[in-house]
Design a protein around this ligand. Structure first.
Ligand code: ADP
Length: 489
């Protein structure tokens, strides 16, 4: 069955419009690249400048209404998204490749985020402090920043834009959003829902285009006073530098090399379940995916035996088909990166014990499919133990004891999410204290976050200045002003 091809436009000043140059870009289903999914404008710096100018004009009115009024629009957006959950879920799978179950969960996450920030609108305010003198009031207010740029990746094409947009708009900022060109559809659907919910023209503008043109303009334009980015470390660092000369506020969330430690006392069945899900779920294309499993030697062989058996059972396929556990890589380029890392790991001495091959026969012929891959005998200095792959490739490492596991886990230059599987409460808590990561999971998968709690990495995973998600997300998008009032006079 040929699915309908979607034709979408940029969303600027409340209107749907093509790129000023007239250029377009297509997306194809990563499970079957013969299927064209959608056509979008291929915008450039001129479109970005127009969107920024529109946002500058829209900001005073949008920032001037109350948070409660803005929150009502976010709550209505949640309802509208909910009424379209099925359509959004399918489009997400067709454009990005993850399974329908994974897409459905992600769309639900976006709905819940808008509901959460809609409710939170009643609490957006400052603090009062006792003053040293009588009849004096000392308090803070929170104010929006102005025009905020958002640059988002393809791997969570609705959840990440949602978790940046909802607090940015609730705070009263005007926003220009640039989604990744591999999967821009969900960002435009968010704009559609927000517009229907009553968002004033210009408060949100979505410009589809490449990082080097549209992204570069957002990062360097003097009217963009803050920028929140999620993506690779290489690009995050480039953007951070571009923001620095004008001291624009920066929030860069980048990759990880997330460990799951399996101690000798662990419930091995649980450990295998967690690593299967955190390593191969979302085709390993999550910044919080488990890519290193660090196992205490007494249980290394039994763990590997069960883990490999389970990895072999995973059903790889088109995310739209029922019963599929793991979809394709998002693109040919990503697939080649995955295969390169598998080759590099083997050349450095790691042993391939599961998968490692591209799938090309039959139904796989036109997609970017890779087998779930397990490498063993990985040692800490190998590239596969240090560099983010962003694919279904799990490196297993044996260690002598808990201290060695912790040293290996901390021995990389990134720190996003980190799991441990153990029944030993003391070691679990010491791990939480000493692991260099922004998120710690005890007997839980390294992926998956509660939308109401703060999220962000440490070391090279993040600028580590502001957290995302939860009420803490508002700190990035607001400025605190302190007011002194003397009513004794
Ligand atoms: P990912 O592979 O996870 O998408 P990237 O860092 O390549 O990670 O891209 C993340 C986002 O940053 C995308 O929207 C991309 O278009 C954008 N981007 C890429 N290069 C630049 C750049 N030089 N300036 C600004 N944004 C960029």
């Amino acid at each position: 069955m040929a699915a309908t091809v979607l034709t979408s436009l940029n969303f600027i000043d409340g209107e749907w419009c093509p790129a000023q140059s007239g250029a377009t870009i297509q997306t194809y289903n990563p499970a079957d690249t013969r299927q064209l999914v959608a056509v979008y404008p291929l915008s450039d710096a001129a479109d970005a400048r127009t969107a920024i100018a529109v946002a500058v004009r829209a900001f005073p009115a949008w920032g001037g209404i109350t948070p409660v009024a803005r929150g009502r629009i976010l709550s209505r957006t949640a309802q509208i998204l909910e009424s379209r959950k099925g359509v959004l879920t399918e489009l997400l799978t067709r454009e990005e490749g993850k399974t329908l179950g994974e897409s459905g969960g992600e769309v639900q996450r976006a709905i819940d985020i808008f509901r959460f920030f809609g409710g939170l609108s009643y609490t957006v305010g400052g603090q009062t402090f006792p003053h040293d003198l009588p009849q004096n009031l000392l308090y803070t207010i929170r104010q929006p920043l102005g025009v905020v740029g958002l640059i988002t990746p393809w791997n969570f094409p609705i959840a990440i834009p949602a978790w940046k947009l909802a607090p940015a708009l609730l705070a009263g900022n005007a926003v220009v959003l640039k989604p990744a060109t591999q999967a821009p559809g969900m960002s435009l659907e968010l704009a559609r829902a927000l517009a229907e919910a009553g968002l004033p023209k210009g408060a949100l503008n979505v410009v589809v285009g490449e990082g080097r043109s549209v992204g570069h303009e957002l990062a360097t334009h003097p009217d963009v006073v803050a920028l929140s980015f999620t993506g690779s470390h290489a690009i995050g660092q480039v953007i951070y530098r571009q923001l620095a000369p004008r001291m624009a506020r920066a929030q860069m969330e980048m990759g990880g090399k997330n460990p799951t430690i399996v101690l000798a006392d662990a419930d091995l069945e649980l450990a295998v379940n967690l690593v299967i899900k955190a390593g191969f779920g979302l085709t390993g294309q999550a910044c919080t995916a488990t890519s290193r499993v660090i196992v205490e030697k007494p249980v290394l062989e039994p763990f590997l035996e069960r883990f490999v058996a389970r990895a072999r059972e995973l059903k790889v396929g088109n995310g739209l088909s029922p019963g599929v556990d793991m979809g394709p890589a998002v693109s040919q380029a990503q697939l080649e990166i995955d295969l390169d890392y598998i080759r590099i790991a083997q050349a450095e001495g790691a042993r391939l014990v599961c998968g490692g091959q591209r799938l090309t026969a039959g139904e796989f012929a036109h997609g970017h499919f890779l087998e779930p891959t397990v490498l063993r005998d990985v040692t800490p200095m190998m590239r596969i133990a240090r560099e983010e792959v962003f694919g279904p490739v799990v490196a297993v490492m044996g260690v002598d004891d808990f201290e060695a596991a912790l040293a290996v886990a901390n021995g990389v230059d990134v720190g996003l999410s980190a799991s441990i599987v153990t029944r030993d409460l003391k070691r679990a808590m010491v791990y939480a204290d000493r692991i260099e990561a922004g998120v710690v999971k005890i007997n839980q998968i390294s992926t998956g976050l509660a939308l109401q709690a703060p999220f962000g990495g440490v070391k090279k995973s993040s600028t580590d200045s502001f957290k995302e998600q939860g009420a803490a997300a508002l700190d990035f998008y607001t400025r605190i002003k302190t007011v002194y009032l003397d009513y004794s006079v």
